[in-house]
Ligand binder design. Structure first.
Ligand code: FE2
Length: 397
């Protein structure tokens, strides 16, 4: 079924219900000042450095990798006073098997071992995405700068020359574990943000799998443009996080039936700025911030929140916007049926002609999706499915 609508009724796939009849008539206020009273605090608490380790959910697990029994016993004795869970491996192959099945917080590895050298072992651990964040402390009997340089280049995080001094070993390990605990807490925080973003989607969207489809469409465009893989990952994350700022939008506005008042629109538009504020403390999300902030800008400068124009709008934001509009058009919403692939493209071309969308991205998207079926299953393709799976794996690490 095809239903004719004015393309101004759908803008950016953004809760199109709320934008019906309002998108064009609303004056846009670039860089609108923050006048929201219902803000949330996003400033991270200052870490208490001494308590980072004590606050860790579990006793840290250390693994000693050394062929010589006496060396392992000595290290155990040095660490006896601290409450660590200590695992031992005589050979690199044993150590790698333990890393496969156990969560290890720090590895102490001797440079001289059977099967492979300590530096080769470090390379293997650091080249595996699953273990690359595990801190490695290398011990060696070989003095000399060249040796240390080789150790660090292989991925060892710290280096101790034998004979080991107990106080130095304990201090170094404690320092490395503190850093690891901070990295772990950042990863957990990122996981919480994604869970939060999905809960926003479930509140606001009427269709399942919206984020996955958005990511698939956006990555298809990124591939067609030849963008590097890190930008694919930013788009994948952006697919989930772009509307996270809606967490601060009151339900009375987010779910209002009928037109929003100008005051309510002002609040609604703030979700872009709020979303950026929520994600800004996470350094790993830096490439996603322009997507979150600028996914409602328009090519002709009439979008929000900054009224950016043309190529001043970050490319990744323009890409996600095209994907978001297509998904909004091709899925059913309470105020409209799901439009066909062809009808959705016609509406998007119309928006490009009006000057709202990137005039090159829309035709490219039409070309990229020319192989999709009428239900919009662009991501059914094997390559796209693999790409999405890779993104999911990358994020799960
Ligand atoms: Fe949005």
């Amino acid at each position: 079924m095809s239903v004719d609508i004015n393309t101004s009724e759908i803008s950016g796939g953004e809760t199109a219900r709320a934008e019906i009849g309002a998108a064009d008539s609303d004056p846009i206020e670039p860089s609108a000042p923050n006048r929201l009273s219902h803000s949330i605090s996003v400033a991270p608490p200052a870490p208490n450095w001494d308590s980072v380790l004590e606050d860790a959910a579990q006793v840290p697990t250390l693994m000693i990798v050394d062929e010589i029994d006496l060396n392992r016993r000595l290290l155990r004795a040095m660490l006896k006073a601290a409450s660590y869970r200590i695992l031992e491996a005589k050979r690199p192959s044993e150590a790698l098997a333990i890393l496969e099945r156990e969560k290890v917080d720090l590895v102490i590895v001797d440079q001289v071992m059977p099967e492979m050298s300590g530096t080769e072992f470090c390379q293997l651990v650091k080249n595996d995405k699953r273990t690359q964040l595990t801190p490695l402390l290398m011990t060696t009997s070989v003095q000399g700068m060249d040796n240390e340089v080789a150790g660090f280049e292989s991925g060892a995080d710290e280096f101790l020359v034998k004979p080991l001094r107990p106080a130095l070993v304990r201090t170094r390990i404690r320092s490395m574990l503190r850093n690891k605990a901070l990295v772990d807490s950042l990863e957990e925080a990122e996981g919480i943000l994604f869970a939060l973003a999905q809960s926003v989607e479930h509140r606001d969207r009427y269709t399942g799998m919206h984020c996955e489809r958005l990511a698939a469409y956006a990555i298809a465009l990124a591939q067609a443009l030849g963008l590097p893989r890190r930008e694919h990952l930013a788009l994948y994350r952006g697919g989930y996080l772009h509307d996270i700022g809606k967490i601060v939008i009151p339900d009375a506005i987010l779910f209002k039936r009928g037109l929003l008042t100008e005051q309510e629109w002002e609040v609604m538009r703030q979700h872009t700025i709020r979303g950026e504020e929520i994600c800004r403390p996470m350094k790993t999300l830096a490439p996603v911030l322009p997507i979150i902030r600028s996914h409602h800008e328009r090519w002709d400068g009439t979008g929000y929140p900054d009224g950016l124009r043309g190529e001043d709008i970050p490319l990744l934001a323009r890409i996600l916007q095209v994907a978001d509009i297509y998904d909004a058009l091709t899925t059913a919403r309470p105020y409209k049926p799901a439009f066909s692939h062809q009808h959705a493209l016609e509406l998007m071309h119309e928006e490009a002609r009006r000057g709202w969308r990137d005039p090159e991205l829309v035709p490219l998207f039409a070309e990229v999706t020319s192989q999709s079926d009428d239900s919009g299953k662009l991501w059914a393709g094997e390559g796209m499915q693999q790409s999405l799976s890779a993104m999911r794996r990358e994020l799960a690490k």
